[in-house]
Ligand binder design. Structure first.
Ligand code: NAD
Length: 261
């Protein structure tokens, strides 16, 4: 499929699933705006690598997804530079694992802001630009936790259920404008986000690292395998194509059977 002439914003794309989305869209010819935190030199290396590997333009937006003004500036960067975004992928996310009565309120606020409210702001700025072109693809990374809960993840599960609702609502609103709105719900994907929650899960459940990986994380997935970032990105690329134009308002699971149980 060719996405030549299209442009994409991928939030939280300095790492993990987001970086895989950005590279997969660029591989199909899309210009991309990458976003997220990390060491400036590492981000610049990834940005340049996208350009040299795929012959597209790649820009970096340092927008902090907790800041609505910066989200607006990120969308404006894509509009001014590429006349886009044609594709918006809401992907930035963080996690915190703690029982609800010990859950730090500032962590709750940050997770709701980054994992849910940021998508609202990016969508509300991108939709008028997509409507003007009568074409658009909005994809959000939800999670198996948009469909089922796990203990000690109250903010994350709440935000991800919210993403599924936002997806359905916006899909209905823009259905006649050539814009599709979907979310992808991966199970566990081996990324820094999963790596970082292992120590807190060890503490919350009183388990060793190996027990957390085998008895908590992979226990949820009947395949007993991590989902890969490349698999998630390939689904996003498919959703951007013409073959997927009737898929909208969907929450597509890629969780090794987790939510089938
Ligand atoms: P990751 O930690 O590798 O990447 C998260 C990205 O978000 C990074 O680029 C980070 O810099 C960025 N980010 C964090 N806070 C930000 C902020 N305030 N502003 C801008 N960017 C910010 O994690 P990942 O596993 O690749 O997660 C990506 C998405 O996938 C998240 O929404 C996550 O909830 C979701 N997800 C992950 C898994 C998994 O198992 N890894 C499963 C289901 C869903």
């Amino acid at each position: 499929m060719s996405l030549k002439g299209k442009s994409a914003i991928v939030t939280g794309s300095t790492s993990g699933i987001g970086l895989a989305y950005a590279r997969a869209l660029a591989a199909e010819g899309a210009d991309v705006v990458i976003n997220g935190f990390g060491p400036a030199d590492a981000i610049e290396t990834e940005r340049k690598k996208i350009e040299t590997d795929f012959g597209v333009k790649a820009l970096y937006s340092p927008a902090d997804m907790t800041k609505p003004d910066e989200i607006a500036a990120m969308v404006k960067l894509a509009a001014d530079s590429f006349g886009g975004p044609d594709i918006l992928i809401n992907n930035a996310g963080i996690q915190h694992v703690a029982p609800v009565d010990e859950f730090p309120p500032e962590k709750w606020d940050a997770i709701i802001a980054i994992n849910l409210t940021a998508a609202f702001h990016a969508i509300r700025h991108a939709v008028p630009l997509m409507k003007a072109k009568k074409w658009g693809r909005i994809i959000s990374t939800a999670s198996a936790h948009s469909l089922v809960a796990s203990p000690f993840k109250s903010a994350y599960v709440t935000a991800k259920h919210g993403i599924a609702g936002l997806t359905k609502t916006v899909a209905l609103e823009v259905a006649t404008h050539g814009i599709t709105v979907n979310c992808i719900s991966p199970g566990y994907v081996w990324t820094p986000l999963v790596e970082k929650q292992i120590p807190d899960t060890m503490k919350a459940r009183g388990l060793t690292r190996e027990q957390v990986i085998n008895d908590v994380i992979l226990d949820a997935q009947p395949t007993k395998e991590f989902v890969t970032v490349e698999q998630v990105a390939a689904l996003a690329v498919f959703l951007c194509g013409d073959a997927a134009k009737s898929i909208t308002g969907a929450n597509i699971s890629m969780d090794g059977g987790w939510t089938a149980a």
